[in-house]
Design a protein around this ligand. Structure first.
Ligand code: HMG
Ligand code: MG
Length: 312
C-alpha cells in the first residue's frame, strides 16, 4: 500500500493567499513524519501560470529528507524536469488529460502536444534513474466537455505506457466520478496494465472520494493519492474542489483492518503549519478545547465538511 500525499502540491496550488516558503517546508517535513510513503512536494510549472508554487526550488532545498519517503515533483515540460532534477526530486510526474479542452486550458497544448513534451522528459528521467508518473486528468468527467468515455481514457493510458511512463495516476479532476464509474474504467484498464502501475487520484467535490478509493481498492489498486485536510483543486478546472482527505482514506482503510502506517494526529499537526494561511471557506482546525466535527474532526464555527457538525 502506498499513500501519496499531494497536499503540498495539489493543495497549495489552489490557495488564493500566499503561503510562506518556510510554512510549506514545515508542512512537508511534518507530513513526512506522519508515515505517508510519498509526498508530491511542489510543481516546476510556469510561475506565470501557477504563482503559488513559484518557490518550488526553495522548498526542495530546505526540506529534510526522511529516509524511506519519496519526494516527487510535478513537471509539465523539459524545463520543469531539469529544475526538478537539480532540486533533487526522487520522482517526477507529468500530466495530461483525456479532455482536449482541459488540456488547452491547463497546459496550453493538445493531448498530442503533451505527449510530445513527455518524450524528452522520459528519456532524461531514464538517464537520471528517476521514475515517471503520468497523470490522466478528467478521466471521468471534464468541466468543459462533460462525461469522458472510458475507452478514450484507456487509449490515452496506452499511449503513455508506450512512451515509457512507469505509473499512471487515474485522476478525477473535478471530483464527480461515482464508484460504479471507477469500477467500469478499471474493468477496462486492468487487463491491459497491472494494478501495481496504477494510482488513483480522486477529488472530493461530491463527497464520493472515499467511496471511490474503496472501489479502486477492491479492484486491487494499492497506490492512493490524498491530501491532508482535503486541500486541493486545480486553478484551471472550474468547480474542482479538494482532494480526498488523507485522514479520511486512512480511517476508511483502517476500518477495513489494513494498517496504513499513517498517524492521523500527525497529519493534523502538519496542517497546523499552514492553517493560518488558508482561506476560510474550507474546513479549518478546531481551536484548542472546541469540539470537532464528528465526520472530519475539523470545525471552528467557521466551516468544516458540514456533514455531521457537533458545534453550532
Ligand atoms: P506556455 O505559456 O504555453 O509556455 O505554458 P511557454 O513555453 O510559452 O512559456 C511561458 C513562460 O513560462 C516562459 O517564460 C517560460 O520560460 C516559462 P517567459 O519567457 O514568458 O518569462 N516556463 C517555465 N518556467 C518555469 N518552469 C517551467 C516553465 N515552462 C515554461 N517548467 C506551460 C505552458 C505548460 C508551461 C503552462 O501552461 C503551465 O505551466 N501550466 C501548468 C498548469 C498547472 O500547473 N496546473 C495545475 C496542475 S495539473 C492538476 O492539478 C491536475 C492533477 O492534480 C491531476 C487531477 O486532479 O486531474 C495533476
Ligand atoms: Mg488533482
Amino acid at each position: 500500500m502506498r499513500i501519496v500525499e499531494v497536499g503540498p502540491r495539489d493543495g497549495l496550488q489552489n490557495e488564493t493567499a500566499p503561503v510562506p516558503t518556510a510554512a510549506k517546508v514545515a508542512f512537508v517535513d511534518a507530513l513526512a513524519d506522519s508515515g505517508v510513503n510519498e509526498i508530491e512536494v511542489s510543481a516546476f510549472v510556469s510561475p506565470r501560470w501557477v504563482p503559488q508554487l513559484g518557490d518550488a526550488a526553495d522548498v526542495f532545498a530546505a526540506i529534510a529528507r526522511r529516509k524511506g519517503v519519496t519526494y516527487s515533483a510535478l513537471v509539465p515540460n523539459r524545463q520543469g524536469f531539469d529544475l526538478a532534477l537539480a532540486a533533487g526530486a526522487h520522482k517526477v510526474a507529468v500530466f495530461t488529460a483525456a479532455s482536449e479542452t482541459f488540456n488547452r486550458k491547463n497546459i496550453n497544448t493538445s493531448i498530442d502536444g503533451s505527449i510530445d513534451r513527455f518524450l524528452p522528459i522520459v528519456a532524461a528521467a531514464v538517464d537520471a534513474g528517476l521514475p515517471v508518473r503520468g497523470y490522466v486528468s478528467t478521466a471521468f468527467w471534464c468541466a468543459f466537455e462533460g462525461h469522458i468515455a472510458p475507452r478514450s481514457v484507456v487509449a490515452l493510458v496506452d499511449r503513455l505506457v508506450d512512451v515509457g511512463i512507469d505509473e499512471i495516476a487515474i485522476s478525477d479532476t473535478i471530483g464527480k466520478a461515482t464508484p460504479d464509474e471507477v469500477r467500469q474504467l478499471l474493468d477496462l484498464l486492468l487487463p491491459r496494465l497491472p494494478a501495481a502501475r496504477v494510482a488513483v487520484h480522486f477529488h472530493d467535490t461530491y463527497g464520493r472520494g472515499v467511496a471511490n478509493v474503496l472501489a479502486a481498492w477492491d479492484h486491487g489498486i494499492r497506490t492512493v493519492d490524498a491530501s491532508a485536510g482535503g486541500l486541493g483543486g486545480c486553478p484551471y478546472a472550474p468547480g474542482a474542489s479538494g482532494n480526498v482527505a488523507t485522514e479520511d482514506v486512512v480511517d476508511a482503510l483502517e476500518a477495513r483492518g489494513f494498517d496504513t502506517g499513517v498517524d492521523r494526529q500527525q497529519l493534523i499537526r502538519a496542517l497546523n503549519h499552514i492553517d493560518p494561511y488558508l482561506k476560510d471557506d474550507r474546513r479549518t482546525l478546531p481551536e484548542d478545547g472546541s469540539p470537532a466535527c464528528a465526520a472530519c474532526q475539523f470545525s471552528t464555527g467557521k466551516v468544516c465538511c458540514q456533514r455531521y457538525r457537533t458545534t453550532a
